[in-house]
Structure formats: structure tokens, C-alpha cells
Write a protein that binds this ligand. Structure first.
Ligand SMILES: [Fe+2]
Length: 191
């Protein structure tokens, strides 16, 4: 799987790592970049790599650019937004598994949210069975994590962005979740 073309590699890893750096579909580029705080160190600075990559995409007349900022720290995600909101169309954060409520649109030009959230169980710890994370925190030794196997409380969080002629027509942040398997509850932020 790691050798297929569909793997999007963070742009701050070198080319020797599996996957493709930026993915280009028609006139839209999708970039993944990995943050610094609390994550394994990558060889290249994410902010400097983004500057290089976005300049290159603009020179190649790519019309739309989407950035997935895979990072622990909201400040790093927000920094990417402030640095590139005039040049790209969608910036969203991932990694924390906890959705944030700060969806915004800048000048009809760029949509931003600090974290989309997750698809997974609301029991356990950010979608993982709680036994191994608690053991890790108590003992200080890394161990493999398992997703929650069975749960009556599950969540599906996603963004719907209408991007047309490089302008943001609308943005929605939606979460669907079950409570005690009883019903599906939906909440949305609409801009
Ligand atoms: Fe992650």
C-alpha cells in the first residue's frame, strides 16, 4: 500500500520516504504538512517547505491549493493560516481527533478550521481503547494502540466546502454522532 500513488506524504519528509509529496488533481493541489510540537522530528521545517511549495505551485499556474496541517499545536495550524491565507483556498488541521469550532472564511478566499475532528468512537481516548494509553501514561513506555472495538457512541466529523473559481461560496463543519446507540445527532456550523 505504501508504494501506491495514492499515499500523500507530508512535504517536510524527504523523497526517499514512501508516497507522493503534493497531490495534484486537475487544477487543485493538496498538500499535507506535519507540525513540530509533540510529533516525531522531520528533516525539514514545515513553514519553510510550505513557502517553497506554494511558490512552486503558483509558478506552475495551479489554481486551487488545499493544505492539511497535521499537527498537535493549534498555534502551528493558525500560523499556517496567517502565513498563507492570501495564497491558498482551504487550510484545515488534523491529528488531535478533537474537532474545533473556529471555522472561518477570510475574504471569500480562504476557509480555515484548526481541527476537523475524527471518525471513530467517543468512548476510550481519542478513538483508541483506553487500556494502552493509560498504561503508557502511567509507566512511560510506548506501546501499540488499538481502536475501540465496539461502541454505542460514535462520531463522524467532516467539512463541506464549496469552492468555485477560487472563491469560497460556503463552508460547513458537520458532526454526526450517536449517543448510547439511540439516535443520530447532527450539528453543523454554516458559513
Ligand atoms: Fe496524527
Amino acid at each position: 500500500m505504501m508504494n501506491t500513488e495514492n499515499i500523500l506524504r507530508p512535504i517536510n519528509y524527504p523523497d526517499t520516504v514512501a508516497g507522493n509529496s503534493t497531490s495534484i488533481i486537475d487544477d487543485t493541489a493538496i498538500i499535507n504538512v506535519m507540525g513540530v510540537f509533540g510529533l516525531p522530528s522531520t528533516p525539514f521545517n514545515p513553514f519553510l517547505r510550505l513557502e517553497e511549495e506554494i511558490t512552486s505551485l503558483k509558478n506552475n499556474k495551479i489554481q486551487n491549493i488545499i493544505i492539511d496541517v497535521h499537527a498537535e499545536a493549534t498555534s502551528e495550524k493558525r500560523a499556517v493560516y496567517q502565513m498563507f491565507k492570501d495564497e491558498v483556498n482551504i487550510i484545515y488541521g488534523t491529528h488531535t481527533h478533537i474537532g474545533t469550532d473556529d471555522l472561518e472564511i477570510y475574504n471569500n478566499r480562504c476557509s480555515y478550521v484548526s481541527d476537523i475532528g475524527m471518525t471513530g468512537s467517543l468512548d476510550g481516548i481519542i478513538g483508541m481503547d483506553q487500556a494502552n494509553p493509560i498504561k503508557r501514561f502511567k509507566e512511560g513506555v510506548s506501546n501499540a494502540l488499538d481502536v475501540v472495538k465496539e461502541s454505542n457512541n460514535n462520531i463522524f466529523q467532516f467539512l463541506v466546502i464549496d469552492l468555485e473559481d477560487s472563491l469560497i461560496k460556503s463552508a460547513q463543519k458537520i458532526k454526526l454522532y450517536t449517543k448510547d446507540n439511540q439516535k443520530i445527532i447532527s450539528t453543523a456550523v454554516n458559513l
